[in-house]
Design a protein around this ligand. Structure first.
Ligand code: LLP
Length: 444
């Protein structure tokens, strides 16, 4: 988080609040969110791309209050289920600024989106185009549609490979567009032929936690190529509503010191230049560029605070590994076990010997693990923690605002942690800790 620093006493202050007080008041594990960090990232994206062109990807983390913040910051919202849509509507999020995603939206989800009057439905299959056309026709309305393209760019953190990613469930392939027999061009034909559907945009999403511009640039060029193909086939007068190229999310964040995220103004500038140039080459009007950042808005501003329960040194022949067990784990952060994700973790409740090197303790190579009944229940695989770490100490894991609470489970009947937002030293509970009574409510 931007407003986080350890004081002389070694305790972390986040947006003016002492994590020891927050832990005492709310219990641990605890997600602590720096509200101004979240809002600040919203406004940076807004400044770079234009507020409405930025669709916060709700899947990273959503609750009613977050939806309100996103609305207040003027952004749009990307939802990918009826549940996320319901949270947005509960927050009175302007429906025309909501777009619905998903490769298998149910009939009920399509109906809810059309009835709410969302600004876009991103179609992902021929089945869905027909289903949505029926839903809109039955309500005598016209549904705004974006077509999700599989542009053949696979983006990784440190590389992008322009082959071999056709084989996945999302989108309409653009392969074969040269001969006009791509799935993407056929999808556009069907949308344009449906009188209750309006083609308002083309969409591409190339991956997540990306640190390079090349993948986005390649995707932008390919999406413009499809736009040009559509103009050639249908004529611009039949495509007047098609004004948005949505290039998806995926902008990477710093999980560890040394990770270097892309600069937002620079990426926006670069993408605008490419789209402008490619459109000029084909004689097209320049469409609006939209993006769907989730992690880059929600991720950096949150830490998870855990209490250390046990410290165990396991001799491994010549060296030993220190296992530090905390009071949460894979139920509040599955990302380490699922994606080999890396995190930065610090002692945040007191000073330690090695804070004041020279002369301090030498830190110990440690592994922070959870309390679940699985050896793969690892929160931070390798980290240096103070030699005198002891039960009762608080640890904070940084940048846990995206895809941690959102992917939390009740595994081993651990209650989901609370989420508190802090601003100017004042904390507010966004989501209270789950209780066993909450879980028992499902039992019939
Ligand atoms: N738009 C679409 C269509 C998406 O599928 C996604 C993410 C996003 C936007 C937002 O991507 P972001 O800006 O947050 O990278 N659970 C994984 C990430 C899965 C991302 C799925 N789609 C993780 O924890 O790393």
């Amino acid at each position: 988080p931007r407003h986080a620093a350890r004081g002389a006493d070694g305790a972390l202050r986040l947006a003016g609040a002492d994590v020891r007080d927050l832990a005492a008041a709310h219990g641990t594990p605890l997600f602590v969110l720096d509200e101004d960090d979240f809002r600040g990232r919203c406004s940076e994206f807004a400044a770079a791309f234009g507020a409405e062109a930025v669709h916060y990807a709700a899947k990273a983390f959503l609750c009613t209050e977050i939806a309100r913040w996103v609305a207040q910051e003027g952004l749009s919202l990307d939802v990918c289920s009826g549940g996320e849509l319901a949270v947005a509507l509960r927050a009175d999020f302007p429906p025309e600024r909501i777009a619905l995603h998903g490769n298998n939206k149910s009939l009920a989800e399509l109906e809810a989106a059309v009835e709410a009057g969302v600004g876009g439905i991103v179609v992902d299959s021929f089945d869905e185009i027909a289903r949505l056309a029926d839903v809109a026709a039955a309500r005598d309305t016209v549904a705004p549609v974006l077509i999700r393209l599989t542009v053949g760019v696979e983006a990784h953190t440190h590389e992008y490979i322009a082959t071999a990613h056709e084989d996945q469930k999302f989108g309409f392939s653009i392969a074969g567009s040269d001969t006009k027999d791509s799935a993407a061009l056929e999808a556009a034909r069907r949308v344009l032929a449906a009188s209750h559907l309006s083609l308002v945009g083309l969409h591409s999403h190339i991956g997540s936690q990306i640190f390079e511009t090349e993948g986005f640039e390649a995707a932008a060029r390919r999406v413009v190529k499809v736009l040009a193909d559509l103009h050639a086939e249908h004529g611009g007068e039949n495509l007047t509503a098609l004004r948005t190229l949505d290039l998806g999310g995926g902008i990477g964040i710093a999980y560890r010191p040394g990770d270097t995220p892309l600069s937002m103004p620079a990426l926006a500038e670069e993408l605008r230049a490419i789209v402008k140039r490619e459109c000029a080459a084909s004689g097209l009007d320049v469409p609006a560029i939209a993006v769907e950042p989730g992690r880059a808005i929600a991720g950096p501003g949150t830490v998870t605070v855990y209490e250390v329960g046990t410290v165990k040194d396991v001799p491994l022949g010549g060296y030993s590994r220190r296992y530090v067990s905390v009071d949460g784990g894979m139920s509040d952060n599955i990302r380490t076990s699922l994606y080999d994700a890396e995190y930065d973790v610090r002692l945040v409740s007191r000073a330690s010997g090695h804070d004041s090197v020279p002369g301090g303790d030498v830190p110990v190579l440690s592994r922070v693990v959870g309390k679940h009944c699985e050896s793969g229940d690892i929160v931070v695989r390798d980290c240096w923690l103070p030699a005198d770490l002891a039960p009762g100490d608080l640890l904070a894991v940084a940048a846990t605002g995206a895809y941690c609470y959102a992917m939390a489970s009740g595994y081993n009947r651990l209650p989901r942690p609370a989420v508190v937002a802090v601003r100017d030293g004042v904390d507010r509970t966004l989501l209270r800790r789950e209780t066993l009574e909450d879980q028992f409510r499902f039992e019939v």
